[in-house]
Design a protein around this ligand. Sequence first.
Ligand SMILES: [Zn+2]
Length: 334
Amino acid sequence: MNKLDQEQDVVNLAEKLGLTGSPVAAIINFCQDQIDTWVRDAGGVNSVDELEAVVTNRLNLVFEEINTDDDFERLKAKYVPLGEFVFAALSVDMDDDTYGTMVRLKDGTHVAVIDCRGDKAARRFFTRWHEIAHLLVEESVDKQVFRSTDEPLERLMDQIAGHVGFYDSIFTPLFNSSLSEGELLTFEHIESIRQDFCASASFQSTLFACQRRMRTPMLYVEIRMAHSESERRSLKQMRMFDDVPEEKLRVRITVPNEAALDIGLRTRWNMRVPESSILFSTVHDNADSDTSGDENLSTWTFSSGDSLMDYDVFIQARRIGDSVMATIQPRRGQ
Ligand SMILES: [Zn+2]
């Protein structure tokens, strides 16, 4: 069950498309089926670039990328003389939280403008597929600004992008050839798959694409310093001169794959990371390269005295700013 299945906008979209069953899965399948048909008609594809060409051709979509501020002037000079005045003020739309915007020209062409400046470059691949997703579910979009909002339909587009962008007939063979049966997935595998698949796809989105295809259990977690819920509540009522409780290292995001769900491999939201964990030292030693190690998850305890399940696991971690992303996989033969 997907959290977005409950959202009215998502339910309405599935209904409008004439789909039945779980809305999110049905909408993703609907998009996938369209692309599969186009790829079949085109006689197959061998790379992401070929796939993108087939899809954008069908959707009457062109991409324009903003790599420097000068590109706004370039687009203005190209499109304003055609009577597309929205391009005169495009830079105003592209604030810090906006990665892409889509404009429908008078001749019916869709122009998706992808912001690739600075940190946004890391999302280039994803933003392109996010815009494609909009057109897959809605043939004609008047003007679509993609802000990284929490709106259900925007999150749905991200989910569609994560599925159809990592196109199965291209990605899965790469994945299968890099990993032998039962082998643990490492960051080195993911990086090499990413380079072979599409160097402009982010490491994290490639990680998720790999995780979904793994038949062995794998948890993805993100951790950072945070207060407990009760500390957070009491902080709200605190007076200035009270002692502020210290933040501790806590699990903020957990994403299991299906095999992990099957064996109950999980963590709990906001639980503390024990000092004995490799993740703890990754944060406290300010590690600037990846770390990895083995530990047993039963050392991850709760204040109630309970603990996570007794699994010997391999953990690999990478610091990203204030947080750490990590993968957790049981050692074989347990
Ligand atoms: Zn969007």
